[in-house]
Design a protein around this ligand. Structure first.
Ligand code: SAM
Length: 287
């Protein structure tokens, strides 16, 4: 069966699968998109690939042909039977039936790399959109031993993730992504590339994990806390957000700080660069 749309419909019918919206199930049916994701992830036989949400196994099949090993993590039990039936012939396939947010990825990567003599670990996924942010944050903040993350996500979220910190589209997550990774846009994907069609546009992005964080900060936890607070009340000025979030005791204290740092009092979170946030944090920890 050549056509991916036909093949997907056939598998869904055979196993009586209806997509669960609550699990973010939009199955890929566009061969070009699959090929582009696999090409962008740049996989070879020395790589461990972790696929999040394999679903019916569309991406998995191509990944298995390229990678040293594929560990796929899928929450929906209905998919487990299908995936095992499709891929039992591959001796480089392993399936974990769990919520990716609960899996100890650090240990998994360490064990897989050691036991199978694999050089690099790469994450590849058509992500369930309802938990994009927690998944990306887990992959970055746990400082996993990974080379890259190639994922399909909602376009609107992608634009924020790969924005330059301090530019208009910046959100708190922009700073986290930039801190840990260099990002690149792979392709925009039309809604009709999936069954069922999502209500939003999609985009494939690649995050290349930096060897060293983009900026050296003394207290990483405090740095990201300040950034988070700065974006919690987007319509407020940064001074108000920081006072409300407890970073400064009151507006007078905040105004003095802003004057000393050379920040305009009407500035908002998205106007500050990584370096500006670093200076703000250093100022706060000195006073
Ligand atoms: N990879 C398939 C494809 O491209 O056709 C399916 C992608 S679909 C957008 C997202 C997949 O993630 C679904 O199979 C869904 O069941 C799975 N999923 C949802 N929440 C999950 C979670 N917390 N942990 C692991 N997988 C999850």
């Amino acid at each position: 069966m050549e056509n991916l749309e036909e093949k997907t419909k056939y598998i869904m019918k055979k196993y009586g699968i209806n997509a669960h919206k609550s699990l973010g199930q939009n199955f890929l049916i566009n061969e070009d998109v699959v090929n582009n994701i696999v090409a962008a992830s740049n996989i070879n036989k020395e790589d461990l690939v972790i696929e999040i949400g394999p679903g019916l196994g569309t991406l998995t099949e191509s990944l298995l042909q390229k990678a040293g090993k594929v560990v796929a993590i899928e929450l929906d039990e209905r998919m487990i039977k299908i995936l095992n039936a499709r891929f039992f012939v591959y001796n480089n396939f392993q399936l974990i039936n769990d919520d990716v947010l609960k899996v100890n990825l650090k240990e998994l990567i360490k064990n897989e790399k050691t036991n199978n003599n694999l050089k690099k670990a790469k994450i590849v996924a058509n992500l369930p959109y309802y938990i994009t942010t927690p998944i990306i944050m887990k992959l970055l903040e746990e400082e996993l031993d990974i080379e890259s993350i190639t994922v399909m996500i909602q376009k609107e979220v992608a634009d924020r993730l790969i924005a330059i910190p301090g530019e208009k589209l910046s959100g708190a997550i922009t700073y986290s992504v930039f801190f840990y990774a260099e990002s690149e846009k792979v392709m925009v994907v039309e809604n009709n590339s999936f069954i069922p069609e999502p209500e939003v546009k999609s985009e494939v992005i690649k995050l290349n994990i930096r060897k060293q964080p983009a900026i050296e900060v003394r207290d990483k936890q405090f740095f990201f806390k300040v950034i988070k607070i700065s974006f919690m009340q987007r319509r407020k000025t940064l001074i108000n957000a920081l006072v409300n979030g407890g970073i400064f005791k009151n507006k007078t204290e905040a105004n003095v700080a802003f004057e000393e740092l050379g920040f305009d009092s009407s500035v908002r979170g998205e106007n500050l660069s990584m370096e500006d946030f670093k200076r703000l944090c250093e100022y706060c920890s000195q006073t």
